[in-house]
Design a protein around this ligand. Structure first.
Ligand code: CA
Length: 216
């Protein structure tokens, strides 16, 4: 999953980026509203974390302009607890909001929830044959046995599982699983898919030649 974090406080931006990457997300950042709007418009993010008080363009105006073209899930960060601000954020098209200061685990949980909702799912687990994915604990079992995955293998599996039945192109996987800082080599993806198959069964992920990968 690839996120955009728009936040002008350098410490918070750096700390949250680190914490989110540790959770397995690919994270792009923007330190002002104009840069945020540009990035949000030019990449298909799985979710955007958007501070309200930003230089150049505030979070509300950014959101209003983004909503003219894109439905990317947005979690707003507000320093104010006033209900009029919350109402304004939700009316402007925010999917959820969080009042600063907040605990990172609450941010992670709200983020997972808006991403799930945008994928049309309300449950937190995915079951595909013998394979069970717990998206809260980020654990995977196969026929009841715990499967040990690297962070990248987990996000790759989760992304394919969320799009079960669809062919996911390699380009889409690069866009959603990598970020601006990564220089992803094309064979990394093949190697990771091969390792997932070893752990979950050779037929679990199907290769559609020239198109991409699919969990059927
Ligand atoms: Ca701010």
């Amino acid at each position: 999953m690839r996120l955009l974090l728009v936040e002008d406080e350098p410490d918070l931006l750096a700390g949250l980026t680190r914490a989110l990457r540790k959770q397995g997300y690919a994270v792009d950042t923007a330190a002002d509203g104009e840069e945020g709007l540009y990035k949000a418009g030019s990449t298909d993010y799985d979710a955007i974390i958007l501070d309200v008080m930003l230089p150049r363009l505030n979070g509300w105006d950014l959101l209003a302009r983004l909503r003219a073209t894109k439905a990317t899930p947005v979690l707003m960060l507000t320093a104010r607890g006033g209900s009029t601000d919350r109402v304004r954020g939700l009316d402007a098209g925010a999917d959820d909001y969080l009042v600063k200061p907040f605990d990172p685990p609450e941010l992670f949980a709200r983020l997972r929830a808006i991403i799930r909702r945008s994928a049309g799912r309300s449950g937190t687990t995915l079951d595909i044959g013998d394979v069970h994915i717990d998206t809260v604990a980020r654990t995977v079992t196969c026929a009841g046995q715990r499967v040990s995955l690297t962070a990248y293998q987990y996000v790759l599996l989760e992304y394919l599982a969320l799009h079960r039945g669809e062919v996911v192109t390699r380009a889409a996987l690069y866009e959603h699983l990598g970020d601006d800082t990564e220089d992803t080599l094309s064979n990394v993806l093949d190697v990771q898919v091969m390792r997932l198959r070893k752990k979950l069964g050779q037929d679990f992920i199907v290769t559609r030649r020239g198109e991409g990968y699919c969990i059927e």
